[in-house]
Design a binder for this molecule. Structure first.
Ligand code: NAP
Length: 259
């Protein structure tokens, strides 16, 4: 399907690996020029070169921590005017609800709520002025079904979700759609980080922990960055112009709910 995105320009945050990379690849495959961000310059430059070579679109890497004001300023200066914003950053650490202090909550809220809000505030007015734009915020299935050990994520991402619910409806009339994409379990470095402690606690191998978790997903497997990126690209497409302020699960059916 032609997504109607050829020649558009996107900023994809936290995109040298995992889900962000999946989104960048799917957009590049649709002919979108990419500004690609992550902190580590080496992996970022390698990914940018690979995507540019594979899809034949310009990919500009910007190494910066997207969760800091300085990092965002650096990224925004390189990005300039963009048609598409994919908001993403690393997820907060796991633990139990009594583990976290005030500073831990502030860090999670800064990274997974206030940073994407700041980027929307910086870039969406330009999209509105030009009469077309797409924002996809990578949040988490935890927004719909809380994950016990990810209380910091449950908290910060729900705050972002509340902001988007109001804001998306205020900008939709100017041709800009803002939606959240909620990953369930995908095979990325982040999942290895989360499977590791489970394997240790249960005295099983990482592979056994992953197989056990996959068996609990109706689709019977972890998602891939490509699965996730394809949905992101569709949400950015010309065809998705009537999808506004939604929270779309990509989880292989894992959240056991009716709506
Ligand atoms: P990942 O495989 O660990 O990749 C994270 C990417 O983000 C890397 O490119 C990393 O590069 C970059 N990054 C991390 N922190 C950054 C920062 N402060 N500034 C700029 N770039 C940053 O993670 P993932 O699995 O793709 O997860 C992406 C997001 O989805 C996370 O917030 C995660 O919590 C959430 N999520 C993932 C899953 C899943 O199953 N994978 C499920 C639910 C939610 P550098 O380290 O070089 O910066």
């Amino acid at each position: 399907m032609d997504l109607g995105l050829s020649g558009k320009r996107a900023l994809v945050c936290a995109g040298s690996k995992g889900l962000g990379r999946g989104c960048a690849e799917a957009l590049a495959a649709a002919g979108v020029e990419i500004v690609l961000n992550a902190r580590g310059a080496e992996a970022l430059e390698k990914t940018a070169a690979e995507i540019a070579a594979t899809y034949g679109v310009p990919v500009t890497p910007v190494a910066a921590d997207i969760t800091t004001p300085e990092g965002r300023a650096k990224v925004l200066e390189v990005a300039g005017a963009v048609d598409i914003l994919v908001n993403n950053a690393g997820g907060p650490p796991a633990g139990v609800w009594t583990d976290w202090d005030h500073a831990d909550f502030l860090a999670a809220i800064e990274a997974n709520m206030l940073s994407p809000i700041a980027l929307m505030q910086a870039l969406v007015p330009g999209m509105q002025a030009r009469g077309w734009g797409r924002v996809v915020n990578i949040t988490s299935a935890a927004v719909k079904a809380p994950i016990a050990q990810l209380g910091l994520s449950n908290t910060a991402r729900t705050g972002l979700t509340g902001f988007v619910a109001g804001m998306a409806r205020q900008v939709a009339g100017s041709g800009v759609t803002v939606n959240n994409l909620l990953p369930g379990i995908h095979a990325t470095d982040r999942m290895v980080t989360l499977d590791g402690p489970v394997a240790k606690a249960e005295g099983i191998s990482l592979e056994e922990a992953a197989a056990k978790r996959a068996a609990a997903i109706p689709a019977g497997r972890y998602g891939s960055p490509a699965d996730f990126g394809a949905v992101c690209a569709f949400l950015c497409s010309a065809q998705a112009s009537f999808i506004v302020g939604q929270n779309i699960l990509v989880d292989g059916g894992a959240a056991n709910q009716t709506i």
